[in-house]
Design a protein around this ligand. Structure first.
Ligand SMILES: Cc1cc2nc3c(=O)[nH]c(=O)nc-3n(C[C@H](O)[C@H](O)[C@H](O)COP(=O)(O)OP(=O)(O)OC[C@H]3O[C@@H](n4cnc5c(N)ncnc54)[C@H](O)[C@@H]3O)c2cc1C
Ligand code: SF4
Length: 333
């Protein structure tokens, strides 16, 4: 592993000011915040990330979960995934988030992984993690070997001719369905970014994954007040029952009154280049009878724009069935 300077800032302002000296916060950043380290240190051992400076943010006071005056939830950037998943308010009012986090990684990893680190985890595309291979995300302009190569686990939604990598997070899918907001402290102040705008599609710049700029520190995430009477489910389908990333997953938050869907929020995981909220599925659900026919129509709508690669065409039907089953389970709960 290469050498680096390890910094423990006194407060958030100091952390932001040091981080602002980096040229980019995207791939190739020479300054990185260190949270749980379960993504970053892995990639440093592989020489995919080679920051010259690591800013340890674990001692900053960003580790609280608080109910806000409006009834919403404020989740600090360094709250551990396990603490978030097991928090009584999350288990009761934001069940889909608890389920999504517990479907990911392992107990040990969740004890280390943080809210912001999970938001910013990198793709598991095998070419991205292998510096002997070309990869547009790691080295812009070198090409995307996954398109003609091994792409079974990669994306079918939001892809481009430059990159088809999947966003691997489970938590992000639930956050998308819950309409989370990401709060950022940067060199010129604070700002709030809706989660749908936080991650970027690859387009012709797959090395750029989020709207973050040099110096930007994610301080917390907020969730809107819980929706009374909503039914929530996270369903994850994968090659083995635990310790595996999603081939397809679905987060649903729906409200049903008198057998009719009155409100729906739907997001897919494992199939998109970013956490994939589906306004098409939501529009197809609202006002319809909560039954198998309308659920199947919604899943058709969600996957309409999907583009399969040579090995991952199966994901389209898998995602449809995953979402249908998640909706049925939620409606019956
Ligand atoms: C073997 C294995 C299996 C896994 N399985 C799953 C799975 O099934 N599902 C799943 O969802 N995930 C899975 N993961 C990924 C895991 O969830 C992530 O590694 C973890 O959430 C990252 O959090 P962290 O705090 O450790 O991040 P770190 O590694 O500390 O940081 C990740 C990135 O975020 C940046 N960062 C961290 N905090 C901030 C901040 N506050 N502001 C700005 N930038 C910040 C860092 O600089 C870095 O670039 C797995 C990981 C491993 C190693
Ligand atoms: S899919 Fe993206 S991450 Fe994977 S090799 Fe292609 S450019 Fe790199």
């Amino acid at each position: 592993m290469h050498t680096f300077e390890f910094i423990r800032p006194a407060d958030s302002a100091a952390a932001v000011s040091i981080a602002a000296q980096t040229k980019t916060v995207q791939q190739g950043a020479d300054v990185r915040f260190l949270a749980g380290g379960t993504t970053l240190l892995d990639l440093m051992k592989l020489n995919v990330e080679t920051p010259a400076r690591l800013i340890d943010i674990n001692r900053l006071p960003l580790d609280k979960i608080e109910v806000m005056p409006d009834g919403g939830l404020k989740i600090g950037a360094t709250v551990r995934n396990s603490d978030l998943a097991h928090h009584p308010t999350v288990q009761r009012d934001y069940t889909v988030l608890s389920q999504a986090i517990l479907a990911g990684a392992s107990a040990q990893l969740r004890n280390m992984a943080t809210t912001a680190g999970n938001l910013l985890q990198r793709t598991r595309c095998m070419y991205f993690r292998d510096t002997a291979m070309p990869c547009n995300k790691r080295e812009p302009g070198t090409g995307c070997p996954a398109i003609a190569g091994s792409n079974r686990t990669l994306a079918v939604l939001g892809t481009s001719e430059h990159c088809i990598a999947t966003n691997p997070s489970d938590m992000n899918v639930a956050m998308a369905a819950l309409e989370a907001t990401v709060h950022v402290q940067g060199p010129s102040g604070t700002r709030a970014v809706p989660i749908g705008d936080f991650h970027l599609l690859p387009g012709s710049t797959p090395q750029r994954e989020t709207v973050l700029e040099p110096g930007d520190l994610v301080t917390h995430v907020t969730l809107p007040p819980p929706i009374a009477g909503s039914k929530q489910v996270y369903l994850k389908l994968r090659d083995r029952a635990s310790y595996e990333f999603a081939l397809a997953s679905a987060a649903v938050v729906i409200t049903v009154a008198g057998g009719t869907v009155t409100r729906a929020r739907v997001a897919l995981g494992g199939v998109g280049t970013k956490p994939w909220r589906s306004p098409e599925a939501e529009a197809a659900l609202v006002g319809q009878t909560a039954d198998a026919t309308s659920f199947r129509s919604a899943t058709e709508a969600a996957l309409r724009g999907a583009r399969p690669q040579s090995e991952n065409g199966f994901k389209i039907e898998l995602a449809r069935r995953c979402l249908t089953h998640a909706l049925q389970t939620a409606a019956l709960s």
